[in-house]
Design a protein around this ligand. Structure first.
Ligand code: ARG
Length: 412
């Protein structure tokens, strides 16, 4: 008996896949897998009802903790892609692994998803699945299905889909972000109505939030220790109430399509802002600037669903090395839809108030006069290059052995 495991959400696409996998692909049995990365409970209820009505055996896997760990890797890396904290992108490999786990444990021959051929998710899922021995099936893409065809087919087969299906917007929600697309939002010049937002209130009021980090990992909010999943969920509610964490981006998908996306991600905004602020205090300039490139590369790979790539392990190794000192607190002020750092504190601060102060003379052997020599040389090459361009005669080499540096000094 041939069995296929299907990524099942209970939406139109995955619902029509159930009979199609039997009729068009000849499988005897389809099992559904729904992976919990923090979707709203209604989504699970819906998936269960639909599965019941279809007579589909539905497995639910809770992967919230694995997902939260990956979100914390993203915090350590200050990861965003084109301004978006990567909620959907980071969730996909976690979901793909969980489904593959069920498929293997149930002795399936194949594994299937309901993604279309236009989006990123088909690539993210298959990047994981094609590493297994199972056959990979993408019915919607392979059979060239359209939404209209699916609606007619569902009616004809009497499949349990809501008439009109799913409301105006296409929404993807997990603990790290809520993504809204489709409908009128596809027009980039259309301003989103307030009702696309569910996590973020209209910006009102003001509060401060202190985040405590240990080696780059958030461990407490306002002094209260919390585990990753509840910490993220708490911040989404609390900070979301002050309207922060909305982005409206033109996003470049992997296939080259530019799409308009709207996101809500209050917890991600607070944690990323606070983490960056603490790093600014404890890392050296060289670490900070080199890490920017690492972050960019990591975020690209995360967007592509390739967090399991060897290069990401190597990037993580660099990031982890820098995080040893990212221990302390950062406080953000949340108001007017805005989140900005107002305080940071760490025993590892690469900072000396005494040295930086204008009032103190000669601390730790630092005296103003010492900077004179540095000031003479600063910009030396640029001045020389400009003189060359302007045709100014170069200083003659001294013949008395007193050295060229003196000559250049005199010129300037
Ligand atoms: N474009 C985003 C990504 O690929 C998120 C897509 C979210 N899906 C949705 N139905 N809103 O990461």
């Amino acid at each position: 008996m041939a069995t296929v495991a299907l990524a099942f959400s209970g939406g139109l696409d995955t619902t029509v896949c159930v009979p199609l996998l039997k009729e068009e692909y000849g499988y005897d049995e389809v099992i559904g897998v729904n992976v919990d990365v923090g979707q709203p409970t209604e989504e699970f209820d819906e998936a269960e009802e639909t599965a019941d009505a279809l007579g589909l055996d539905l497995h639910v896997v809770d992967a919230k903790e694995e997902f939260a760990d990956l979100c914390y890797d993203a915090v350590k890396t200050n990861a965003t892609y084109q301004g978006y904290p990567l909620g959907t992108a980071l969730a996909r490999p976690v979901i793909a692994e969980a489904i593959l786990g069920v498929a293997e444990e149930q002795g399936c021959d194949a594994i299937a998803h309901g993604c279309t051929g236009k989006g990123n998710d088909q690539l993210r899922f298959e990047a994981v699945w094609r590493g297994s021995d199972l056959e990979v099936i993408a019915p919607v893409r392979e059979l060239g299905l359209t939404r209209e065809w699916e609606i007619d087919y569902a009616a004809e087969k009497d499949l349990p889909v809501e008439a009109g299906d799913g409301g105006v917007w296409s929404i993807d929600e997990n603990i790290w972000s809520r993504a809204v697309e489709g409908g009128k939002l596809e027009d980039p010049s259309y301003e989103p109505p307030e009702d696309i937002y569910e996590w973020t209130a209209g910006p009102e009021g003001e509060t401060t939030i202190e985040v405590t980090f240990e080696e780059g990992v958030p461990v407490a909010i306002d002094g209260e220790a919390m585990d990753p999943v509840p910490l993220i969920q708490y911040l989404n509610k609390y900070a979301g109430g002050y309207g922060i964490g909305r982005t409206d981006v033109m996003e470049d998908r992997m296939l080259g399509l530019k799409v308009r996306e709207n996101y809500e991600h209050p917890a991600a905004t607070v944690l990323l802002t606070a983490h960056q602020a603490l790093e600014d205090l404890v890392l050296t300039k060289n670490e900070r600037s080199f890490k920017k490139g690492i972050e960019q590369e990591w975020s690209e790979k995360a967007y592509q669903g390739l967090v399991f790539a060897p290069v990401v392990d190597a990037l993580d190794a660099f990031v982890d090395e820098t995080q040893d000192v990212v221990t302390g607190t950062a406080t953000v002020k949340v108001s007017g839809g805005n989140c900005r750092v107002v305080a940071r504190d760490s025993e590892y601060a690469v900072y000396s108030e005494e040295m930086a102060s204008f009032n103190t003379e000669d601390v730790a052997g630092i005296a103003q006069e010492d900077a004179t020599g540095v000031a003479k040389y600063h910009g030396l090459q640029e001045r020389l290059a400009n003189d060359v361009k302007a045709g100014v005669e170069k200083p003659e080499l001294a013949t008395d052995g007193s050295g060229a540096a003196d000559e250049i000094d005199d010129e300037n």
